[in-house]
Design a binder for this molecule. Structure first.
Ligand code: HEC
Length: 119
């Protein structure tokens, strides 16, 4: 019994630790090949998944119609500028201030479905 609760405590600690140490999490993501997916899953998916935990009207991953107007009227550069600076309910840099520009580009490409298998 003691062992189990110690294990649970440890898991809780790891989760809290990871949450408060984005740079540690990013370090782990960078060791992985799928950086775009890793960054996206960790920092963006809460708002951008098709059935998001946080519902603020973000364009959803894999839903083409959510992206149609955005990609029709804006260049990828403008979209990336909005990711960098934030727009309406979208926080600047998706809230990941430890992310490099490359991390954000990879995550954006994954989100918008224009990723190659490398990102
Ligand atoms: C707190 C919720 C939230 C998080 C976290 C978040 N986004 Fe967003 N995002 C939004 C919302 C809402 C919009 C729509 C903004 C608008 O156009 O009104 C948006 C829009 C976007 C767009 C489209 C921008 C455009 O110009 O049309 C991209 C690309 C994007 N987000 C990428 C990301 C990436 C990459 C991350 C993670 C690093 C991320 N977002 C994290 C809420 C979020």
């Amino acid at each position: 019994m003691k062992k189990i609760s110690a294990g649970l405590l440890f898991c809780a600690w790891v989760n809290v630790y990871a949450y408060h140490n984005p740079s540690e999490v990013l370090k782990q993501i960078h060791q992985n090949k799928a950086v775009g997916k890793g960054v996206y899953d960790t920092f963006c998916g809460v708002c951008h998944e098709p059935d998001p935990q946080i519902q603020v009207g973000a364009p959803r991953r894999g839903i083409k119609s959510d992206w149609y107007e955005r990609t029709r009227h804006q260049s990828l550069n403008t979209i990336l500028k909005n990711v960098d600076e934030g727009i309406n309910n979208m926080p600047a840099r998706g809230g990941c201030f430890e992310c490099t520009d490359e991390d954000l580009l990879a995550a954006t490409r994954y989100l918008m479905g224009v990723c190659s298998h490398k990102t």
